[in-house]
Design a protein around this ligand. Structure first.
Ligand code: COA
Ligand code: ZN
Length: 331
């Protein structure tokens, strides 16, 4: 690692970083209670005004597997789309792709796990079968306006299988690129990644697939998500998923918990002089609505603490302390 590299990551020098919101998909999929459809639509419409580059609206999965997103069509058709924002949806198979295309989704986020155990748990298919579905979808939408991304779950480790070799991840990525899929997301599904691993894996990916749009999708399960964002930036990554309030988790990955919190990530990136394109104040306002929607507190830190530069009024007792200090011998 060069000293120049270190300087770059801690001073973004205005570099553009793209923020992609996944709270209404990754977040709501694991909530015990279904957020009413109209409330989802209102939240997404609010998020559309926040400068996010992409919003993963919902998923077109089996309603038996993910009951809280069973209203995918209604949500997708109900939102007011803002030009410049890509509206994506998670799609696990051909059936899901057909449903999503019917709703004119901008981007299908195909999904498969690089861990066979997690793929079976989550999608009831082997990774090979999931890839076959993805390749079929790619062939079907090839000449349409729909763009494609493939999310590789457990790309930094599986909670059941443990470490997954970098080569396994790169091999699936190579097959996806060959199938005509233009974007790939490396997902740390249960927050097993650590910074040096993220740096190495993202660097290897960028070297192997310089033309492929790379997104990093981090979970904060072990408190390392923001550190992992820095490591990914160091490797040249400029596209991050995040969930408002740090919601999220795969219901079929044991031990899963929330995504990196969007507004906490944006807050850090702005202090580091990156251009996130987002309106942090508006994101914080949206985040503060979440407890009312989901019925419990969130893991968002900045929404509670305020921004680093939002100061507290000086308490009255400081003046008393000053008088007290001045009554003593000067230091
Ligand atoms: N949308 C809606 N229904 C679907 C569907 C889709 N994309 N894919 C399958 N189904 C329905 C079938 O029509 C069938 O319905 P029926 O029982 O009424 O006849 C039923 O689901 C079973 O179909 P099958 O193809 O055998 O699916 P499966 O049971 O093997 O499940 C998935 C496979 C992928 C559909 C399911 O595991 C799933 O949706 N997983 C998503 C998990 C997820 O989103 N995890 C978090 C994100 S990482
Ligand atoms: Zn996730």
């Amino acid at each position: 690692m060069s000293s120049t590299g270190n300087a770059v990551v801690l001073n973004g020098q205005g570099k553009r970083v793209f923020i992609q919101e996944v709270a209404t998909r990754d977040g709501f999929q694991i909530e015990p209670r279904m957020v009413p459809t109209q409330d989802k639509i209102a939240l997404i419409d609010r998020l559309s005004q926040c400068g996010l580059s992409k919003i993963e609206v919902t998923s077109f999965t089996s309603p038996k597997a993910i009951p809280t997103l069973a209203d995918a069509e209604d949500v997708m058709r109900g939102i007011a789309r803002v030009p410049g924002v890509t509206y994506a949806a998670l799609v696990p198979n051909m059936r899901g792709a057909e449903r999503a295309v019917d709703c004119d989704v901008d981007e299908l986020n195909l999904v498969m796990s690089v861990s066979e155990t997690h793929n079976l748990a989550n999608l009831r298919m082997t990774p090979g079968q999931s890839f076959q579905q993805a390749a079929q979808v790619a062939a079907a939408v090839r000449s349409s306006r729909t763009s494609l991304n493939l999310s590789l779950s457990c790309a930094f480790g599986c909670p059941m299988e443990g470490q997954i070799p970098t080569d396994t991840v790169l091999t699936w990525a190579a097959r996806a690129v060959e199938a005509g899929i233009g974007g790939i997301t490396l997902c740390d599904t249960t927050g097993m990644a650590w910074p040096s691993q993220v740096f190495a894996r993202c660097s290897a990916f960028r070297l192997a697939f310089p033309q492929t749009t790379l997104t990093v999708h981090l979970h904060n399960t072990r408190g390392m998500a923001l550190a992992n964002v820095l490591a990914a930036l160091q490797a040249g990554v400029d596209r991050f998923d995040g969930a408002l309030g740090g919601l999220g988790g795969c219901p079929y990955a044991p031990g899963a918990s929330g995504n990196v919190c969007t507004e906490d990530m944006v807050h850090m990136l702005e202090l580091l002089n990156y251009d996130t394109g987002t309106n942090l104040g508006a994101l914080l306002e949206a985040s503060r609505l979440l407890p009312g929607l989901i019925g419990h507190d969130t893991n968002g830190q900045v929404a509670k603490a305020g921004r680093t530069h939002d100061l507290h009024p000086t308490p009255d007792y400081v003046e008393t302390a000053r008088q007290h200090a001045l009554s003593k011998a000067p230091a």
